[in-house]
Design a binder for this molecule. Structure first.
Ligand SMILES: Cc1cc2nc3c(=O)[nH]c(=O)nc-3n(C[C@H](O)[C@H](O)[C@H](O)COP(=O)(O)O)c2cc1C
Ligand code: SF4
Length: 602
């Protein structure tokens, strides 16, 4: 079936050819059509399905999964304000109002003339320079009323975003503290040459000696992961760099890929050499399109230097190359198995595990998935040796951790600290005052109160995937929790009942509490929903989605109690009853799908 618009059909055909009619590139193909057209018309979905030999339902399912795709026109200019709490703290809601008033529209609406729509998106990874927004996918930071006025004028003028002044799109860099990884030079090829001359097993032994643990959140031992992948049966293996960085408050991978991309790619090459991979994939979050060209340039330069492609660094049996994939606005795609699904051109639904990616990863083949920072560390370890890395940190947390610090601090930015540093020290260096709370590791991490500032940054005490958001005493902690709760409800992929329903209920109940209409019964329900999410969710998004609520209830209970309208009002609805339709749809009626334990009859 042909598109009603022959020009669009021809453009889509060219995109399909560029991607070799490869169905695993479906997310990339849809991204490019979005860029050209602003939405995905029905005829285009049919054209893509037929060209890739996929069902129309599959293509539509993928198109409907990712927040940055739309099957309806969102106007010639689609503006999405970053909605992290740190953006809000810098006044993003007031700026949104200004823009909405300028075009006489409401949030999520397209203007009558089809010119513009204004909406919200989860954190855009620019918390050190917020408030921020995306316009037709391009990021603009450091918003002020004057900037909003200028943007509104440009939109009204109708000039394509590609013709707007380039300085509008400048992303600042704030690396404020460098330690072992960020201050040690590593020239292109130095890590991989050292690995080749040392040999596969000896390089793996150095990674083991370093005690390097994954920096993406779970803290899994990198050497164990690489070893398991190396030993998995079959000739084909993959290395994946997880650059999805979707956790609100995290932006350190953006800085690492801006200033240390060579070294991250060096780390991917070392991993490939150790496990015997031929292909690597970088999964870059869709909010960072400004990194696509620079990353492609680094890959091209390495190919020209003989550091990617055939016989890497002169090693006759080592052929390895890397391709770039770009996400499309789905936090869950940072979860490694969802990321693999997305890389295969599917919806980012987390897989059942086991089996794990090390044996059944990309396209069912053994795959190592590592965070950007883990790969950067591996590249340095290949050159400097494990002992060099191990010599800083604590007994259970070797090396350093790179943090993204934002919120109420004088110097927001990226900081590298040795593990073991206290929260108080970090806060002092970042210029924090009058601290009420710190959210370490993003909404899925831990909320610390001011009496906990002697605690240490370490896997064994306060672990962090990178985010470090600071709230002073002027901030309303319930609004912070409310923001995080809405984030999880928005980002739940909807695959499993406890998370789909639980995150929505948390959002509704927190909304009531924060607006002063909650009751003591609501607080009890929050606790029950949280328990359900933690124990019955399919993936890490659901199991951690209640962390902000449980932490805040444990540490900031008076803030809740002060806000409750009446301590004894009965709830407006029955939570277990609210779950009934979801139980029916998913054919689940076990204890975990209920809010209260079913009564035993014995
Ligand atoms: C909902 C969710 C989102 C995640 N997002 C990321 C991410 O953006 N970047 C990342 O490296 N790991 C993320 N992870 C962790 C990955 O699943 C995985 O553990 C990690 O990429 C492994 O790399 P590492 O061993 O180097 O830490 C996420 C996990 C979950 C459950
Ligand atoms: S826990 Fe949430 S995000 Fe994870 S699979 Fe279930 S619905 Fe999806």
């Amino acid at each position: 079936m042909h598109s009603a618009d022959p020009d669009l059909a021809a453009a889509v055909a060219a995109i399909l050819t560029h991607h070799r009619h490869d169905a695993t590139r479906l997310v990339q193909i849809l991204r490019e059509v979005m860029q050209q057209r602003g939405y995905l018309p029905p005829a285009t979905l049919t054209q893509i399905a037929s060209a890739l030999h996929l069902s129309r339902a599959h293509v539509e399912g993928v198109a409907g999964f990712y927040a940055f795709f739309s099957c309806h026109s969102q106007g010639r200019f689609r503006v999405l304000f970053s909605d992290n709490i740190t953006d809000q703290m810098c006044g993003s809601h007031e700026l949104q109002r200004r823009m909405l008033d300028a075009f006489r529209i409401e949030l999520g609406e397209v203007s009558r003339d089809g010119l513009v729509s204004v909406g919200r998106t989860s954190c855009t990874g620019l918390c050190d320079q917020g408030p921020a927004l995306l316009v037709n996918g391009r990021a603009i930071a450091r918003l002020t009323p004057a900037r909003i006025g200028a943007l509104s004028a440009l939109i009204r003028g109708g000039q394509p975003v590609t013709e707007w002044p380039e300085n509008l799109f400048t992303i600042d860099s704030h690396i404020r503290r460098r330690d072992r990884l960020l201050s040690t030079p590593l020239l292109p090829g130095e890590g991989i040459r050292a690995a080749i001359s040392r040999g596969r097993d000896a390089t793996l032994a150095e990674i083991k000696r370093s005690d390097l643990r994954g920096r993406g959140g779970a803290g899994f031992a990198t050497a164990t992961k690489w070893d398991a992948c190396q030993k998995a049966p079959g000739p084909t293996r993959f290395v994946v760099c997880n650059a999805d960085e979707g956790e609100p408050g995290t932006f350190k991978d953006r800085e690492l890929l801006t200033h240390h991309a060579q070294q991250v790619i060096e780390g991917m090459s070392v991993a490939a050499f150790v496990i015997g991979a031929q292909r690597g994939l970088i999964y870059l979050r869709g909010e960072y399109p400004f990194l696509i060209e620079p990353l492609e340039a680094v890959l091209a330069a390495r190919r020209a230097q003989g550091l990617l492609g055939r016989a890497v660094a002169g090693a006759p049996d080592f052929d390895f190359d890397i391709e770039l994939h770009v996400g499309a606005g789905a936090y869950v795609c940072g979860e490694e198995s969802a990321l693999l699904e997305s890389l295969e051109g599917k919806r980012g639904i987390p897989r059942n595990r086991p089996p794990y990616p090390v044996t059944h990863g990309y396209q069912g083949k053994p795959t190592v998935v590592n965070n950007v920072e883990t790969l950067l560390a591996a590249a340095h370890i290949a050159k400097q040796g494990g002992a060099w890395f191990r010599s800083v940190g604590t007994s259970k947390s070797a090396g350093t951790k790179i943090l993204s610090i934002s919120g109420d601090v004088a110097h927001p930015g990226t900081y590298e600290f040795p593990f073991g540093v206290s929260m108080r020290h970090i806060l002092e260096e970042a210029g924090a005052r009058d601290v009420q709370a710190v959210q370490v590791g993003g909404p899925s991490g831990v909320l610390l109160a001011s009496h906990e500032l002697e605690r240490k940054l370490a896997f064994e005490d306060v672990p962090s995937a990178g985010a470090f958001m600071v709230f002073d005493r002027s901030r309303d902690i319930l609004s912070v929790v409310d923001n995080f709760t809405r984030f999880f409800a928005h980002e739940s992929c909807g695959f499993c009942t406890p998370c789909r329903v639980g995150t929505t209920l948390n959002q509704q109940i927190m909304g009531r509490v924060v607006s002063g209409h909650g009751s003591r019964r609501d607080v009890k329900d929050l606790i029950r929903v949280s328990r359900l999410l933690k124990t019955a969710s399919h993936c890490g998004l659901g199991t951690t989605a209640s962390n902000p609520i449980t932490d805040a209830l444990a540490k900031f209970r008076p803030s809740f109690d002060r806000r409750l309208a009446s301590m004894d009002v009965l709830p407006a609805f029955d939570l277990d009853e609210a779950l009934a339709p979801a139980r029916e749809v998913t054919a689940r009626d076990d204890a975990a799908a209920h809010f209260s334990e079913p009564e035993t009859t014995s």
